[in-house]
Design a protein. Structure first.
Length: 385
């Protein structure tokens, strides 16, 4: 047991990190591995791979993901900003590279091969952009000569343009909402909030008008008879078949004909095999991590730390809600993974980076003490008789 009097780096990290949030994150990681064991074998068999290919891959990258998260969580806010800047620059180059050298999968170029590993740069650039925007906004409030809001919008515009070019409208909308939340938390006036909201609506209209796949997804959601709704229909069948208690481990059948059962629709697989009650417990863990993260961010006296951790946890929670809502046919399909649960190296590593940033920024660091004011009084002169 580490004593509170221990002054080592590990002891300082252990006593300052939020262990409740850390336990919640570990719970989701373990749940993801268990659900990968249930959902991924049929997918691997369909594409001619060994049955447990995706399970082994997820388990192999789980250890470095945990190491990445814990390593990032030990950083100071200054080094968090530096790491975010390095990740942003590197992923911006790779994001540009996907447009020219990326693999075309289902009509989109979102993946690039690096050292034999397929990477989705958009997953990594999201947390880096949130940290950088939080820094720019916080510095803009401190010094009026720093155009923090303008620089934030420019950086977001560059990333959004590349995402739309892939195309990846879902990630673009996610980042737009998170940016809006950061501006709101930074004290943006309603005179600026309204134009931003109008811009977001116009963006959706433009996507519907000029991007056929976006228009198709929205139309299929509004009118299921207008197109192919196979995956959504099978996902709903999973919830119906599973009921409250589920069919049992390995007894699910819908997953065998659900194309993306191990990624976008892993929540539906959980419903069929483990039941709605387990799904509710899973939602509870997600809610706990999000609410705990927001609570810890409000305790931070540093504007940058408060903004960055809030933005990151909002992004984590929003992506989770979107994935679950799509599985329940409550919104159009987005092609978005369930954080720490869905199979996928890029998703796992990127979310680990995100939560590492959150844990680092919400650590309970001692506040700097003010120098005490020392007053020197002159003694009265000695009276001689």
């Amino acid at each position: 047991m580490v004593s509170r009097t221990d002054r080592s780096a590990f002891a300082e990290w252990l006593w300052t990190i939020d262990r409740y949030m850390l336990i919640g994150i570990f719970t989701l990681m373990v749940s993801g591995l268990v659900l990968s064991l249930a959902a991924s074998p049929p997918v691997a068999e369909r594409i001619g791979l060994e049955s447990f290919y995706f399970v082994k891959k997820q388990a192999m990258f789980l250890v470095p993901s945990i190491a990445l998260m814990l390593g990032i969580s030990a950083l100071s806010p200054r080094y968090v900003r530096r790491v975010a800047l390095l990740v942003f620059c590197a992923m911006l180059v790779l994001l540009l590279g996907t447009l020219f050298f990326g693999a075309d999968i289902k009509g989109a170029r979102r993946w690039v091969s690096l050292f034999g590993v397929s990477i989705q740069p958009s997953e990594f650039i999201k947390p880096a952009l949130v940290v950088i925007v939080a820094f720019l906004l916080s510095e803009g409030r401190k010094a009026q000569d720093i155009p923090g809001q303008l620089l934030s919008i420019i950086l977001f515009g560059i990333v959004a343009a590349m995402l739309i070019a892939q195309p990846d409208f879902g990630q673009t909308m996610l980042l737009t909402i998170v940016l809006f939340a950061l501006f709101f938390l930074n004290g943006l006036s309603w005179f600026a909030i309204v134009p931003l909201g109008i811009s977001g609506v116009l963006g959706v209209v433009a996507g519907f008008t000029y991007l056929p796949h976006v228009r198709g997804r929205i139309m299929r959601f509004l009118d299921p008879t207008s197109g192919d709704t196979y995956q959504i229909d099978k996902a709903i069948d999973s919830f119906i078949a599973g009921g409250w208690l589920g069919r049992g481990v390995g007894e699910g059948t819908v997953k065998r004909i659900l194309p993306d059962s191990h990624t976008d629709f892993v929540f539906a697989v959980a419903a069929e095999e483990y039941g709605i009650i387990v799904c509710v417990l899973l939602v509870t863990v997600f809610a706990f991590v999000v609410l705990r993260g927001l609570h810890m961010s409000t305790q931070d006296q540093d504007p940058f730390g408060r903004l960055a951790s809030s933005g990151l946890i909002v992004m984590f929670g929003l992506q989770s809600c979107i994935n679950m809502a799509v599985n329940l046919n409550l919104m159009p399909s987005k092609g978005m993974t369930l954080p720490l649960i869905s199979s996928g190296v890029s998703s796992l590593m990127a979310i680990s980076l995100t939560m590492g940033f959150v844990l680092a920024l919400t650590r309970k660091r001692p506040q700097p003490r003010k120098n005490p004011i020392i007053t020197v009084s002159r003694s009265a002169p000695v009276q001689h008789a």
